[in-house]
Ligand binder design. Structure first.
Ligand SMILES: [Zn+2]
Ligand SMILES: [Zn+2]
Length: 344
């Protein structure tokens, strides 16, 4: 292995943290959360890496406060030492020393969401081709009540079961996926939403759908619908809630306690004919490439291999979790097609 340390390869770039907050002007029917998440995805990898670090520190502090010392230790160890396979301008692969598998861990959540994307994107593409259906992103909401997270999730899932079993729904939709999103308001009430990727057979009147949702919930007709033009981006959008089920940095000790008491709650699922389709769908060898999952494609890469993006040789760089955001910054600011001098 080359004698390279992070200190020798990093330039003294300091993040000034200045972010221009552009105000998007979305169509009125879009859900505020959808817009927010689109803005989130524009954050750089270094910013997101810093956020993951802060989230994990917060989680482990909360765990210590609750006497969950073992959990805190696991979160701290997770991704604490990294082996980064890089050409200097691109990151081909990151191998962590340890993964905690805790459901709220943002690093482990990213891996879970990548797995879901690898599994379902090829099936979605196959389903759309086979059935000539178009995907939409539907956000279903419910009224806020004094109840715990589990009750809130059960209430909205039960209503959705009613909805997708009725004839209206089946006339217009041919199955899809659902995922749960949790938020809490200032008064501590749970706001639970269902994000649906629905495969639409034909157009329908949204007011009809509202009245069906009202019939299923008994008291809520609020929903948001937008067409999905890029199914990969659409799926990424909904699995994000699986990888990041809650706004953890606003999480208090009580929230963590409640979460630990929940055990396993299913956050993502399929329904209708898409569910049946997935059972027999055989993905092809090219599916990782079709998904664009570079990290999966890079699974066999080792030091000395050519970088898949630029053909320069890859080398192995060892770093701690705190050094990764800075390394991302270095990579992000490297000019394309030219290796930065600090790497020679
Ligand atoms: Zn983890
Ligand atoms: Zn490269």
């Amino acid at each position: 292995m080359k004698q390279l340390t992070l200190a020798t390869v990093l330039t003294n770039r300091v993040s000034n943290g200045a972010q221009s907050e552009r105000k998007p002007s979305p169509p009125a029917y879009l859900d505020k959360r959808v817009i927010k998440s689109q803005r989130e995805s524009k954050r750089t990898r270094s910013q997101r890496a810093r956020e993951r670090l802060a989230t994990k520190e917060h989680l482990s502090r909360l765990a210590v406060g609750l006497g969950e010392v073992e959990l805190a230790h696991k979160i701290e160890r997770c991704h604490s030492r990294l082996s980064v396979l890089t050409c200097g301008r691109h990151i081909a692969r990151i191998i962590p020393n340890f993964t905690c598998e805790f459901r709220l861990c943002p690093d482990c959540g990213r891996r879970r969401s990548r797995k879901l994307q690898n599994k379902y994107l090829p099936a979605m593409r196959g389903f759309m081709l086979h059935h000539k259906v178009t995907p939409v992103h539907l956000v279903l909401t419910q009224t806020h009540r004094k109840e715990n997270r589990k009750q809130s999730a059960k209430r909205i899932k039960d209503a959705f079961t009613k909805l997708h079993r009725n004839s209206f729904w089946n006339e217009f939709f041919k199955g899809g996926t659902w995922s749960l999103e949790f938020t809490k308001d200032k008064n501590g009430l749970h706001h639970t939403h269902l994000h649906i990727i629905g495969f639409r057979r034909k157009f329908f009147d949204i007011e009809l759908l509202r009245s069906e949702w009202l019939a299923a919930t008994g008291d809520s007709y609020v929903l948001h619908l937008k067409p999905i033009t890029d199914i990969a981006a659409g799926l990424r959008e909904v699995v994000k809630y699986v990888s990041k089920p809650l706004d953890i940095r606003r999480f208090g000790a009580d929230d963590l306690k409640e979460f630990l008491g929940l055990k396993k709650m299913k956050m993502f699922g399929t329904f209708g004919e898409f569910r049946e389709f997935c059972k027999t769908f055989e993905p092809s060898d090219n599916d990782a490439a079709a998904v664009g999952d570079l990290e999966s494609l890079a699974r066999d890469l080792v030091e000395g291999c050519a970088c898949p993006q630029c053909n320069e040789p890859l080398f192995d760089l060892r770093m701690s979790k705190n050094e990764l955001p800075q390394f991302y910054e270095q990579v992000e600011s490297s000019p394309p097609g030219k290796v930065g001098t600090s790497w020679n």
